[in-house]
Design a protein around this ligand. Structure first.
Ligand SMILES: Nc1ncnc2c1ncn2[C@@H]1O[C@H](COP(=O)(O)OP(=O)(O)OP(=O)(O)O)[C@@H](O)[C@H]1O
Length: 313
């Protein structure tokens, strides 16, 4: 990566993005800062505004208002040189069915000043054996691997991954996760991932933002988010009379200690279940569905504005 790209300025910087389709408001003031080499996941239920947000950052959609800088440029004014620094793995399959896999990759490589070697890239995504196969004859998971290869052939500084592992078998998913980690860790690629797979987000993301109803409700590391949402640990055990018991508590150590003190012997089936990212996610979504406008929850990594809004900084 050249020195001009290594400044501390966030790769993605957005303030107060709003978006309306006709008279329907979809985004209500989204703030984002994503730093170089960070894997950032955007989570949220169907219709939350994830694709809209990402398309605005990619320069495919004009925002209604707000300030956006991606790799130092307003995406609405991004030129070809700017676009060449960005990789896209989109949900929709592009129509290249009659091309052969290797041929298509070699063709795409010609668009970039310093592309990856197509043969190495095929090996990287596990498609070497399919190099001479027509794209239309690939399985769903193999097409998705090709999408990933096309997204990174130009050595992007910023990679957008829109539900990248849909249709992957577990092994392909595992290999893909390792690839994403390598891109971010070894090559300093910044990655914005949208996914409905909370396990994937937890595994890959340095930070996660939860977008619900067009607002960022929470942002932080997976561990920070798991601790939120008033999510308390659950302690499970089987009491002396054989009854299955469960209790939620903010202090599971104390509860386990108390159980031991009062039990005549070992406690059967004792289990402590820590709050998970899923607990927080469901909590956020349910609050929004109830119409409880609790606003975003600030944490130690976030700037709080005068009005109490949280920035994903
Ligand atoms: N071109 C459009 N015209 C009008 N409304 C749109 C358009 N695109 C999206 N919407 C609406 O904007 C809202 C947000 O859509 P968006 O696709 O950004 O959500 P999402 O979070 O990506 O959802 P999903 O998880 O289902 O992909 C939805 O209510 C959707 O119906």
């Amino acid at each position: 990566m050249s020195a001009e790209h290594t400044s501390e300025r966030p790769v993605v910087h957005a303030r107060d993005i709003t978006m309306a389709y006709g008279d329907i408001d979809v985004l209500h003031g989204v703030d984002l800062d994503i730093h170089r080499g960070e894997v950032f996941a955007l989570l949220g239920p169907n219709g939350a505004g994830k694709t809209t947000t990402v398309e605005i950052l990619e320069g495919f959609r004009r925002r209604s208002a707000g300030e956006v800088s991606v790799l130092g440029t307003d995406p609405e004014r991004g030129d070809d040189a700017w676009r060449a620094r960005i990789g896209l793995v989109l949900q929709s399959w592009r129509d290249h069915g009659r091309w052969r896999v290797g041929e298509l990759l070699r063709h795409f490589a010609t668009y970039y000043p310093d592309p990856r070697d197509p043969a190495e890239l095929l090996a990287l995504v596990g498609l070497t054996d399919q190099a001479d196969r027509q794209v239309a004859r690939l399985s769903g998971g193999q097409r998705r691997r090709l999408d990933v290869a096309l997204g990174i052939v130009g050595r992007p500084e910023l990679l957008f991954l829109d539900e990248p592992t849909t249709g992957f078998d577990p092994e392909a998913r595992y290999e893909f996760h390792a690839l994403v980690e390598r891109l971010a860790r070894d090559e300093g690629v910044t990655i914005l991932l949208t996914t409905h797979d909370l396990v994937e987000a937890e595994r890959l993301a340095d930070r996660i933002a939860m977008l619900v109803g067009g607002r960022i409700r929470a942002c932080g590391t997976p561990a920070e988010l798991a601790r939120r949402a008033a999510a308390r640990a659950e302690v499970r055990w089987t009491s002396d009379d054989g009854t299955a018991r469960r209790e939620r508590t903010a202090d599971p150590s104390q509860l386990v200690w108390d159980l031991h003190r009062h039990a005549p012997g070992p406690i059967a089936d004792l289990e402590v279940r820590r709050p998970t990212l899923e607990d927080t996610y469901l909590h956020m979504v349910n609050l929004a569905a109830d119409g409880t406008d609790m606003g975003p929850e600030p944490d130690e990594d976030e700037d709080e504005d005068e009005d109490g809004e949280t920035r994903a900084a």
